[in-house]
Write a protein that binds this ligand. Sequence first.
Ligand code: PHE
Length: 496
Amino acid sequence: MKLSSEQLKVLEHVRDGITSAQIAELIGMGQGINSIVHSLEAEKLLSSKETAVEEIRIGKEGKEFAKTGLPERRALEAIGTGIEMKELAKKANLKPFEIQIALMWLKKKDWAVMEKGKLALTQNGKGALTQKGKDEHLLEILAKGPQKAGELKGYEGAINDLKGRKNNIEIKETKSFALALTPEGKSVLKNPEKHMQQSGVEALTHEMLKTGEWRNKRFRKYDISQAPEIWPAKIHPLRAAIQKIKRTFLEMGFTEAKGNFIESSFWNFDALFQPQDHPARDLADTFYMKGIEHDLPKHHTHVKHMHEKGGNIDSTGWKYEWNAETAKKAILRTHTTAVSARELAKLKPPAKVFSVGRVFRNETLDYKHLAEFYQVEGIVVGEDVNFKNLLWYLKQFYNKLGFKKVRFRPAYFPYTELSCEPEVYFEEKKEWVELGGSGIFRPEVVKPLLGVESPVLAWGLGLERPLMLKMGVNDLRTFYRNDLDWLRSSGMKDSI
Ligand code: PHE
């Protein structure tokens, strides 16, 4: 292997434990040292270990004290054979805020005591007159420039004392790389000429830039394989999937509808021809909101009529009294089909509307059930749409998400007839996975809301399930755990 003169120069300076910053200082090199160290490490000529180095610098107040002496030092020198408190400040040249400091440290260092109303030197204090303390020495050293904590042997106590005194010193921890030669590195150094690059590769200097001389030089290739990994901001996978789905529907000519998490039972159930004693309305499945009651829209009379009389069909023996109070109850919406019901009551056919949103169910949590999750909902309203069109839309949608094989199973929902459940084939596990519900809204749903009978294709699909399959996630909760490692490494590889 061939090394540039800089690489060799750096390698020659490696001693066990030396840091890259120290070498940089020794050979007068700037930031460039890091890439050279990395390149040498990539060649396995040296190893590096991250270490923390504590650097101590003097603080604002410390700088003052280094000049004027610590307040207690000035006080000590002013005491003489004894001094009254009220004279101290002036004689010792203490600023008002320094008086307290001086007294505290005189006591702490056992330099002076109060005797008959006067401050008098102790034995210790007399000694201190001719000998400075470690803390004072330290301030003098630091006044000349910052120091590494490791190089201030014997000053540990003084560092601690000064650390406790505001703004006297600052301790900054910087990360650095401690280097060591590998056996390969040592063998290169035994015969450096053999590894010297002959081609005149040089290091870029300020001078070269200034004169434009760099144009005639050859430089070492830039090695991006040594770049540290960085983790820029990114969109959460779930959010990214939602954006993709929204785009997909918008491209197909749909408009987007939005609803609220808190919904009335009316729009969530009644408008969808779900009987008021339907088990899905049970507390065990649905979250009810205390103290909130919704007003009923004008459609409620039509809906009531439909529930009680079954529309135009005069079904004798059908005894069922629709209760407005039950319909007013507020819940957390259990499906986004409530959004479709609201839209149906507003729109003029033909129309295509979709929504993506969170729904809530009183579920026991486990790896594939959460009490809240997303649904992708849609309706297509028009005279001439039919069941085949519904299957086409669903197929189209899943194809765009990257699922090639889609099939449909007959199903039942109170608000659709025909009804079916789309399933996609999950290649890796070789199994079909059910993803949601769909169908054509019953006339009992459409007539009271839209005012006329018309085919309405409708679907409500799970979002997290297909996403789990796509991303190889086994536990639904992964999406909500905000585990940074997972978030960083996860991404939609192909189509989502
Ligand atoms: N609302 C149904 C569910 O939550 C799905 C569905 C929507 C079924 C629209 C038919 C029509 O499972």
